[in-house]
Every structure is written in structure tokens, then in C-alpha cells.
Design a protein around this ligand. Structure first.
Ligand code: MOS
Length: 739
């Protein structure tokens, strides 16, 4: 049952509109509605503020600014960033465009929005730092990357000496723009207090982080805060923490003693949700004529917001990728007056591999070597930086299987030599790699007298399939149909998980559930052998199995429903846990990653320079699949993010004002259906027994890793134009198009 392409068990609810998303929650009755007023400057201070007209507007219940908003607690840097306090409306200082400067709560949404427009704010603008390139000289190396998950720099041997000695070298700079996670469901919150207890429905990826952030911001015990997110309409990193709308809804609901609902508009998401920081990257490669790398260096300079310590792990993804004796990687940050950066799907790899895998293509071209062969030749026997063995690593198999299925041999080695009636055809490829994480997670599994099971965890399903894979895992482990497993998620009353993020949600929660089922089996077996009424009485419980609704030891067996009814009349449960990966010996002894290979075919219009994707193929190695359909869906979605990064996505900053010029999905372009080519994701089935009990690793982000570079390399192969400033747009291609 584990791995079967079971259709999503929540699909009927979603299709019939009965899966309740945050903004649709009515549990506590008619709410009041809040609207956030955002700053109209990028840096400076509020000089004058007049809320009288807003306060007098119809239906208005409350108008808050930094002058009268409740005092909140300051963040404690020791916390994981998504669980830290996030006070809002704290001062007259403006740190970025769109930062909340006022909240209006009214009886209806329309009244709140109309009154918000009447809040009169005058600003005193100060000079701001908005331009990453212009400020690059001020870049500094941060102490750590991503709250300590990665070291800022790594160094082995002497890259400069290897570059000087090598017959073939590549030294290139690449840039990537600001990119925004834009899930279908905007962030929203519905908060309702009962006495000193608050129930917060909020669209979040991690219930426990949201709960900690809310409690810390308000300075109240966590036990007073219940957080619920049963259905989440996508996150992609933007909902790892909660934002201003949630803090303000909780505060306003307390002040007004009535439920308050606040949802961000799509346009507000471009200011109040963290973005993927823009990057400037340098990649250096040195190789012998045989293509064997002697040096690999990757230096990333990334935007950071003043007052934020988020650093994207852009230069960490190449560390385990290719063999080379001399190595150097580092991160530098440039502080700017822009919204704080944050994790966006495949943080690090999405942009880091765009640069590395473009540079590898440039090296292959310089060597006159096939790009697949170049990568195969540089496959490392052990992790080239930590020097520990890899767990399961089938990158070469992905490359070779992908090349075979894609028809890679039809690629022309010389660019701009393959044409059809409309334009130039090009083939490109790239490797994929993504770190595997494990974070502490608990899941409870309960068996009732009917023999049906209930699974409970505060784990979220953000559209990824968590409900379904948990039902499958528990069904298999307990020997019952997945139809007899009810999965309850997204509620802080349930055991705590690490939530959905970093591709860790599926493996964390299914392994914890699997362990809960093993513990349940042990309890049932112990009770059965001790019970004179059981046919298993007196047998050795160690060999007990659960299958087809029966507990069996050897040839003796009994229906689980009978056992539970007789021995546990009110049901029986067990909690399964997985520990943080840093506590697992195998996580130090092995380098744990997921892998893949991307292939892309493009056609570049010979006249207009328009790039059309014709085909994309990815072949992936991510350990055991928990559900081949949901896993493939994740991989395809990731590949399309790669297409967006290569060709479309860009949130340019207006350097005069420090605002994102694109403020909606008509201007911030993501691939739409008509942009999607023939696309397939092939999964190499396997089991990574070093990762966990199930041998499963996450694939939520793997599909994006390297996908954009395969497209960029295909564009080069088509027309011989190498664009290093992403996205690859028509105006960057036109000057170099073949005649
Ligand atoms: Mo992911 S960017 O950790 O949601």
C-alpha cells in the first residue's frame, strides 16, 4: 500500500468546497474584518498621522497605528526564526515598502478597506539602499547560513592555484532576481478569544512555529494559544512563519472581544510575505582536458533586509555535488531596505544550481565534451567536502536513464545548428541535488473497537498529499485498508510535528506514524499473549504481525477488532516519534541527499527570440516513494518552478523607491498552462535505509533543483546565446540571435 498511487483522500472535500480554508472559517460566528495599511515609502519615518476620518467612517471598530497598538514582545534570536516574536506597528520607523503602518477593523470587509484608505499618513523619506549590485562592495560574510544549518564558507586546497594551472577554466558571474512564493491561498487569519484562551485559524505550514510566534509576540503561555490549519492552499516557504495579518487579528480580537478575520490581498503579498532574495553568483571551474574537475568555487552574494538574519543557502548545494580536490564556497550578504528575505521552494538550490549547472554546461562546451559525460566523469566516490560516504546516491543512473529516455543522442554538439520552420531547436540538461533533512516529529495512532484507526498530528497538508500518505502508511502498518484510517491534521491539540517545509514533511510524519503503529502492534501483542481468551495466549509476542485486519503470531490469529473490543474497550493508542536528524548517528555517518537529472528541449523563434519549451523530462532518486502519484505531482510542480525561474519570474525593484514594481500575477509571471510543454517525471524506485525506517526521503523541492539550468542550457544549444542574468527574456536573446 505504501507507494501506491492512491487518489487523494481529501479530494472529494476539496472538489465539493467542503474543505474549509482559513478565510472560510465561521466556527466562532460572524467576525469583524481587518485591513492593513502599508507604508508608501521604502525607508524613512512617519512624519504626521491623522486617523480621525478613518475612525469616523461607517462600521469602524478600531484604528491602530504605532501610537496606540498594544505593546508586543521583541524577538529572541535564540529561537528558530519562524517561531520568533514578530511585533508589528511598533514605531514610526519604516524599514521597507508596504510595512504595516495601520490596522483598521470594521463590521464588513468593504468598510474596513474603505476606512483604511482614509488613514492619512505623511512620510519623511530617508535615503534607502535598494540596489543589490550598487551595494555589493558592502557585502559581508554572515556568521552562519540559515539559523546554523550550514556553514557560511567551506574551503579545501587552493582554488586559485588550480585555476592558474588548469588547461581549461570557467570563471563566470550569474544573477538571479527577487522571486516570490505566490500560493493560491493568500495568508489569512481568523482569531477568536474565549477568556484568556485564543483559537487562531491561520494559513501556516508549521503549526508549532505559528503557535510559538503568536504566544511570544503577545507574551502569553503557549498553552493559551490553539492554532488550527486543516487545509492550506500552498505555502512554498511563505507560510513557514505567520505574518502581520495573524498577529494583528489575534491582538484586535482580544481588544474588541469579538472574532476578527484578516486576509492579505494578492498585492499585499508582494510586500508582507518574505521573498527569495536576489543573488549575484560567481562560479569558477578548473578542469583537465579529460574533463576531470580540479577546482570548484561558488561564491554567492545575497540581499538581506536590515534587522533580519535570514541568509539563503545558495552556495551550499554544490558542496556534495562533484569531485574536485580544490574547493571554495561562501556566502556574503548585502543589507537593503527591502522586505525580509525568506525560504522559497528549494532555498539555495533553486538559484545556486541555476549558476553551477549553467557553468558546468559552459565547461562542457569549452572542453568539447558531452554535458552528461562531464557530470558522470566527476561523480565523487564520497562526499567531497565532509568525506563521509553517501547513503543512496543514484545520480549517474538518473543522468544515463534520462539521456536514454529523452533521446539525448539527437542533440547537436554545436549550438544553432538545428532548425525547424519556426525557429532554432536546442537540448539542455542539468543535475539535481537537494539536502535531506529530518526534524523532530510526533504522530499519534489510535485504534477503536471497530478496528478503524485515527491518526493525529499537528502536521499540515499544504496541498502536497499528507492526508493520503499517512492513511497509506498507517493502513499498511496496521494491516487494514487505508479507507479505514481517518487522518486528522493541522491542530495544535495533536502531537507536535515539524510541519511542512524543506521537503521534510512526508518522511518525518510517515516515519513517526510507522513507529506509532509498531508500538501499537507491540501493545496489542502483549495484551493478546497475556489473555487466556486469545488464541495467541502464551505465545511469544515478538513475532506478531498485523495483516488483513488480524493480529497473528505463527498460525494463531484473531481479528484486531475483537481484541480491541475485549481488552481495550475505550480504544488503544500509541505515539511514534522521529528525532531531529542532528541526534541520529546515521546523519553524521552518511551524506544524505536526493538526486535527479533534468532534460529540456526548447524552440527559440528565429525572428522574435521567444523561447517555447517543447519538452521537459526529469529522472529522480528520492528513496522510497510514499505515493507515486503525489510524489510525481510534486516533482512536476517543481520542474515548472524551474521553468519559471529560467524564463519568467522576476520581481524587479524600483531603485528610486524601493518597491517591487510587479504587484500581481499579471506582472509577476509564472508558467501558465499554455507555457507547459510535454513534461514527465520518472522516479527510480529505491529504499534509502540510512535515512529512516521507511527508507523515504522528500521530493517536494527536488523537481525545481537544476530544472531552470537545463532550460538555460537548451537555449544556449539552440541559438548559441548564453544568458547569465535570469530570467532569460527576449530582449536578452535578440541581440545575439543567429541571422
Ligand atoms: Mo519550504 S521553502 O521549506 O516551504
Amino acid at each position: 500500500m505504501i507507494g501506491d498511487p492512491v487518489p487523494r483522500i481529501d479530494a472529494p472535500k476539496k472538489v465539493t468546497g467542503t474543505a474549509t480554508y482559513t478565510a472560510e472559517v465561521w466556527d466562532a460566528g460572524q467576525p469583524l474584518y481587518g485591513w492593513i495599511v502599508g507604508a508608501a515609502i521604502g525607508h524613512g519615518r512617519i512624519a504626521r498621522l491623522d486617523t480621525a476620518r478613518a475612525e469616523a467612517a461607517p462600521g469602524v471598530q478600531l484604528v491602530w497605528t504605532h501610537r496606540n497598538a498594544p505593546k508586543q514582545h521583541e524577538p529572541d534570536a535564540g529561537q528558530i526564526s519562524y517561531a520568533r516574536a514578530r511585533p508589528v506597528l511598533t514605531s514610526a520607523e519604516i524599514r521597507h515598502h508596504g510595512e504595516a503602518v495601520a490596522l483598521v477593523v470594521a463590521t464588513t470587509l468593504e468598510e474596513a478597506r474603505a476606512a483604511a484608505a482614509l488613514v492619512d499618513v505623511a512620510y519623511e523619506a530617508a535615503d534607502g539602499h535598494f540596489d543589490l549590485a550598487a551595494r555589493e562592495a558592502h557585502a559581508v560574510e554572515p556568521p552562519m547560513v540559515q539559523s546554523g544549518l550550514f556553514a557560511t564558507r567551506s574551503k579545501l586546497g587552493d582554488v586559485d592555484a588550480a585555476m592558474a594551472a588548469a588547461p581549461v577554466t570557467i570563471d563566470r558571474r550569474y544573477t538571479t532576481p527577487y522571486e516570490l512564493a505566490q500560493p493560491m491561498e493568500p495568508p489569512a487569519c481568523f482569531a477568536a478569544w474565549k477568556g484568556d484562551q485564543v483559537t487562531v485559524h491561520t494559513s501556516t505550514q508549521i503549526i508549532a512555529a505559528a503557535r510559538a510566534r503568536i504566544a511570544q509576540t503577545l507574551g502569553i503561555p503557549m498553552e493559551k494559544v490553539k492554532v488550527v490549519a486543516r487545509y492550506v492552499g500552498g505555502g512554498f516557504g511563505s507560510k513557514l512563519g505567520v505574518q502581520a495579518e495573524t498577529i494583528l487579528a489575534v491582538l484586535a480580537a482580544r481588544a474588541l472581544a469579538k472574532p476578527v478575520k484578516i486576509a492579505l490581498s494578492r498585492q499585499q503579498m508582494f510586500q508582507l510575505v518574505s521573498q527569495r532574495p536576489a543573488s549575484r553568483q560567481r562560479v569558477r571551474l578548473a578542469a583537465g582536458r579529460d574533463g576531470l574537475l580540479t577546482a570548484f568555487a561558488h561564491e554567492a552574494t545575497i540581499q538581506q533586509a536590515y534587522g533580519s538574519d535570514f541568509v539563503e543557502q545558495t552556495a551550499a548545494c554544490g558542496r556534495p555535488l562533484y569531485a574536485a580536490a580544490n574547493r571554495f564556497t561562501t556566502h556574503r550578504v548585502v543589507s537593503l531596505h527591502l522586505p525580509p528575505g525568506g525560504d522559497v521552494r528549494a532555498p539555495g538550490e533553486a538559484t545556486g544550481l541555476l549558476a553551477i549547472e549553467s557553468a558546468m554546461d559552459e565547461l562542457a562546451h569549452a572542453l568539447g565534451l558531452d554535458p552528461v559525460e562531464l557530470r558522470v566523469r566527476n561523480e565523487p566516490p564520497r562526499d567531497p567536502e565532509s568525506n563521509v560516504p553517501f547513503s543512496q546516491r543514484r545520480l549517474v543512473e538518473c543522468l544515463q536513464e534520462g539521456a536514454r529516455r529523452f533521446g539525448w543522442q539527437r542533440r547537436r554538439a554545436t549550438p544553432a545548428t538545428l532548425r525547424d520552420a519556426h525557429g532554432w531547436i536546442g537540448y539542455g540538461m542539468a543535475s539535481a541535488i537537494r539536502t535531506h533533512f529530518q526534524l523532530a516529529t510526533s504522530v499519534r495512532v489510535r485504534l477503536g473497537p471497530s478496528g478503524a484507526a485515527v491518526v493525529q498530528s499537528d502536521m499540515t497538508d499544504i496541498g502536497t498529499g499528507t492526508y493520503t500518505i499517512l492513511a497509506q502508511t498507517v493502513g499498511e502498518a496496521l494491516g487494514i485498508s487505508h479507507h479505514d484510517v481517518r487522518v486528522e491534521l493541522g491542530d495544535s491539540d495533536f502531537p507536535t510535528s515539524a510541519g511542512s517545509g524543506g521537503s521534510f514533511g512526508a518522511a518525518n510524519s510517515c516515519n513517526a506514524a510507522f513507529r506509532a503503529c509498531r508500538a501499537l502492534r507491540a501493545r496489542l501483542a502483549a495484551a493478546a499473549v497475556a489473555d487466556p481468551l486469545s488464541p495467541m495466549h502464551g505465545l511469544d509476542p515478538a513475532g506478531a504481525t498485523l495483516a488483513d485486519g488480524r493480529l497473528a503470531i505463527g498460525h494463531a490469529s484473531e481479528p484486531v477488532a475483537d481484541l480491541v473490543t475485549r481488552l481495550f474497550p475505550s480504544g488503544v493508542d500509541a505515539i511514534g516519534d522521529v528525532a531531529d536528524g542532528t541526534a541520529e548517528p546515521s546523519y553524521k555517518a552518511y551524506a544524505l541527499n536526493t538526486y535527479g537529472a533534468h532534460f529540456a528541449e526548447v524552440r527559440v523563434d528565429a525572428v522574435t527570440g521567444e523561447v517555447r519549451l517543447q519538452r521537459m523530462l526529469g529522472v529522480f532518486d528520492g528513496g522510497r516513494m510514499l505515493n507515486r502519484a503525489t510524489a510525481r505531482s510534486q516533482l512536476l510542480g517543481g520542474m515548472l518552478w524551474g521553468a519559471g525561474g529560467a524564463l519568467l519570474e522576476d520581481a524587479p525593484v524600483d531603485p528610486r523607491y524601493g518597491s517591487f514594481a510587479a504587484r500581481d500575477l499579471a506582472q509577476y509571471l509564472v508558467p501558465a498552462h499554455a507555457d507547459v510543454p510535454e513534461i514527465d517525471a520518472i522516479i527510480l524506485e529505491g529504499v534509502d535505509d540510512k535515512a529512516n525506517d521507511l527508507g523515504a526521503k522528500g521530493v517536494g523541492e527536488l523537481g525545481i533543483c537544476g530544472a531552470g539550468a537545463a532550460i538555460a542550457n537548451a537555449v544556449f544549444n539552440a541559438v548559441g546565446v548564453r544568458v547569465r542574468d535570469f530570467p532569460i527574456t527576449i530582449e536578452k536573446l535578440l541581440p545575439g540571435l543567429p541571422r
